[in-house]
Write a protein that binds this ligand. Structure first.
Ligand SMILES: Nc1ncnc2c1ncn2[C@@H]1O[C@H](COP(=O)(O)OP(=O)(O)OP(=O)(O)O)[C@@H](O)[C@H]1O
Ligand SMILES: [Mg+2]
Length: 193
C-alpha cells in the first residue's frame, strides 16, 4: 500500500522531457554521422538528456539487413527508421537520425509519422565536390571506378530539401562549430534541451 502511494507520487512529479527527432539528411560524406556523435555527447553531458543515434549504416546491419539500395528499399529503410524515431521521441528521447534519405517523399512521410511538433529536417549541406574529396569511406572512388553502381550523388539521385527546418553548411566550419550552430538553431526554434 505504502509502495503504491510512493509510486504514484513519483509519477506525478516526474516530468518527461520533450523528446524530438533531429532528422539529418545529406550526401554521403556531408557530415551526418560526425555531427550526430558530437551532438549526442553534448546533449548527454551538458543537458542530461537521453539520446539515441539512428545511423543508417548501423541499422542496415540489423533491422534493415534485408534491404538493398534500390529506390524502393531506400524508402523502406527510411520508413523503418521513422518508426524507431517516433517511438523514441514520444518517450522523451532525442533521436538523432543520420540517414542519407535521398527522397523527399520519405522525409515528408517521416515528418507526418513522427509529428510536425517533434520533427526537424536538418539539411547537412556540402557540395558533391567537397564530399567526394572527403570520401571518408572510399565509396566515391569506388563509384568513379565503376566498382559500385548505386552511389548517391554519382549514379543515384539526391533530392535536396526545399524548405528544411535547419541548414548546416559543413564546408564553413569545423564539426564542433557546426554542432554549436545546430544547438543554437534548436533553441531559436524553441526546442527545450
Ligand atoms: N563541419 C563539419 N561537420 C561534419 N563533418 C565535417 C565537417 N567538416 C569536415 N567534416 C568531415 O567530413 C567527413 C564527414 O563524414 P561522415 O561519415 O560524418 O559523413 P556522413 O554524412 O555520415 O556520410 P555517410 O552518408 O556516407 O554515412 C568527416 O571526415 C568529417 O571529419
Ligand atoms: Mg554516416
Amino acid at each position: 500500500m505504502t509502495t503504491n502511494v510512493a509510486v504514484s507520487e513519483h509519477s506525478r512529479k516526474f516530468q518527461k522531457p520533450q523528446g524530438f527527432t533531429i532528422w539529418m539528411t545529406g550526401l554521403p560524406g556531408s557530415g551526418k554521422s560526425t555531427l550526430a556523435g558530437i551532438l549526442k555527447q553534448r546533449f548527454e553531458e551538458d543537458y542530461g538528456r537521453f539520446v539515441e543515434i539512428l545511423d543508417g549504416d548501423e541499422i542496415r546491419k540489423g533491422l534493415s539487413r534485408d534491404l538493398g539500395l534500390s529506390r524502393e528499399h531506400r524508402e523502406e529503410h527510411a520508413r523503418r527508421v521513422s518508426y524507431l524515431a517516433k517511438v523514441l521521441s514520444r518517450n522523451g528521447v532525442i533521436s538523432i537520425v543520420a540517414l542519407i534519405s535521398p527522397y523527399k517523399v520519405s522525409r515528408e512521410s517521416a515528418r507526418e509519422l513522427i509529428g510536425k511538433d517533434r520533427f526537424l529536417e536538418v539539411y547537412i549541406k556540402a557540395s558533391l565536390a567537397t564530399c567526394e574529396k572527403r570520401d571518408p569511406k572510399g565509396l566515391y572512388a569506388k563509384a568513379r571506378k565503376g566498382e559500385i553502381n548505386n552511389m548517391t550523388g554519382i549514379q543515384d539521385p539526391y533530392e535536396p530539401p526545399e524548405s528544411p527546418d535547419i541548414i548546416i553548411e559543413t564546408e564553413l566550419g569545423t564539426p564542433g562549430e557546426s554542432a554549436e550552430i545546430l544547438i543554437a538553431k534548436l533553441k531559436d526554434l524553441n526546442y527545450a534541451l
